[in-house]
Design a protein around this ligand. Structure first.
Ligand SMILES: [Ca+2]
Ligand SMILES: [Ca+2]
Ligand SMILES: [Ca+2]
Ligand SMILES: [Ca+2]
Length: 399
């Protein structure tokens, strides 16, 4: 027996036992993800990704947009679609030229039926220029059908923003200090003129919808990512339209990075979640939950610790227990964290998972849409996560 074997024989069991105590999570842990799969072909610079049932087959498919790749590649400013097959394989489907350019690059993407024909459209925002709509044609291919010129074209959200049963569009520009809401009219077209609302946001912003005051009507949440401004502006929908924004902050002179909205307090009501801070121990996730009377909370209801540089956030039921959980991207570290929601509506401590290291996609730090949930294993639950990495897109499927 050599020296190493002697040490292992004497201390190995103790070492392993010690590791179990040291590393074992405290409450009902889950392995966050099982498998990691890169999607081919690879794209150098994906700006944003989203998921939707693009082909009326009940299966989630993926759409993403590319920016400037800093190379001679010819995949810049494209809309790229990956389709899920019946056996849960994700296959490249289509690459489409967009109206994006170097100065007006594609920055945000959404999937929604904004003309009420039961086919999903893909909507792409080109920063400081326009919103471009892509329809599916008779050959089941997507094609650009029209654009809406607007400076409010950095971040997109869709929802029913006037409670008429039809899906509408909302958009903000990069630090424009306005929000444009584009309603779907009675002829099922997007109104030519938006409702414009003043709300402060200073750049690297994010946009989301959710029912923040639990009255059954979609509200709009604007996150500011730059300048000394309130972190969040909440626009509550009322039967008479939208009032003044309600501003919320995580503290003085702190910039937030990521935004997500969903019921992560087991209350049936949507909370706002933002990420902020740099390296640990100064990195956090803050949750804003309205009071029982619907009063919007202007300060965090709960703050959770995180690890280095928490950025883009997503909300999904990662462990299939019927409660929504939070997934956070740690920009530059190729690391993803999961906060699972417990039955009492508090979040368990963060569990992290590493994805293969290739380098740091720059847009992870600013791209609020570099992570999206979907169902890519026919589980009926959106618990698989699409992530932007520097090789393009990858799927992390649930264990
Ligand atoms: Ca449609
Ligand atoms: Ca509507
Ligand atoms: Ca509401
Ligand atoms: Ca869950």
């Amino acid at each position: 027996m050599n020296t190493k074997s002697v040490i292992m024989a004497l201390f190995g069991p103790l070492f392993i036992y010690g590791c179990c105590i040291e590393l074992g999570p405290k409450h009902d842990p889950i392995p966050p993800f099982m498998s990691y799969q890169e999607l081919k072909p690879k794209y150098a610079y994906i700006q944003a990704v989203t998921v939707g049932t693009l082909f009326n087959d009940g299966l989630d498919s993926i759409a993403c947009i590319t920016g400037y790749a800093r190379s001679a590649g010819n995949h810049d400013y494209k809309l790229i679609i990956y389709k899920q097959s019946q056996n849960s394989e994700i296959q490249f489907y289509q690459e489409i030229q967009t109206k994006g350019t170097y100065v007006n690059d594609p920055s945000s993407i959404a999937i929604a039926d904004i003309d009420n024909d039961n086919n999903q459209e893909i909507i792409v925002a080109h920063s400081n220029a326009c919103v471009e709509i892509f329809h599916i044609n008779d050959s089941s291919l997507f094609e650009s059908s029209y654009t809406i010129s607007t400076k409010d074209s950095y971040a997109l959200a869709t929802g029913d923003f006037n409670s008429d049963g039809q899906t509408d569009l909302a958009s903000i520009g990069f630090g424009t200090d306005t929000l444009s809401v584009w309603f779907q009219n009675s002829e099922h077209r997007i109104d030519a003129k938006p409702l414009m609302i003043d709300v402060t946001h200073g750049g690297f912003d994010a946009l989301a919808k959710g029912d923040i005051n639990d009255d059954g009507m979609d509200d709009i949440i604007v996150m500011s990512g730059q300048e000394i401004l309130p972190n969040i502006g909440v626009l509550l929908q009322t039967k008479a339209g939208y009032g003044e924004p309600i501003y919320c902050s995580v503290g003085d002179r702190i910039l937030t990075h990521g935004l997500a909205v969903g019921d992560i307090t087991n209350s049936g009501k949507d909370s706002i979640v933002v990420s902020y801070g740099g390296n640990s121990p100064f990195s956090r996730i803050a949750v804003f939950t309205s009071g029982s009377d619907g009063t919007v909370s202007t300060e965090p209801s709960v703050i959770y610790n995180s690890i280095d540089i928490p950025c883009a956030l997503s909300i999904a039921d990662i462990n299939h227990d019927g409660r929504l959980d939070i997934v956070v991207n740690h920009a530059g570290w190729n690391n993803y964290g999961v906060y699972t929601q417990t039955s009492t509506g508090v979040l368990d401590e963060e569990i992290n998972t590493q994805i293969p290291y290739y380098g740091s996609p720059i847009n992870q730090e600013t791209g609020f849409q570099c992570i999206a949930p979907g169902d890519f294993s026919k589980s009926g639950i959106k618990s698989d996560i699409i992530v932007v990495s520097d090789v393009g897109l990858a799927i992390m499927r649930k264990n």
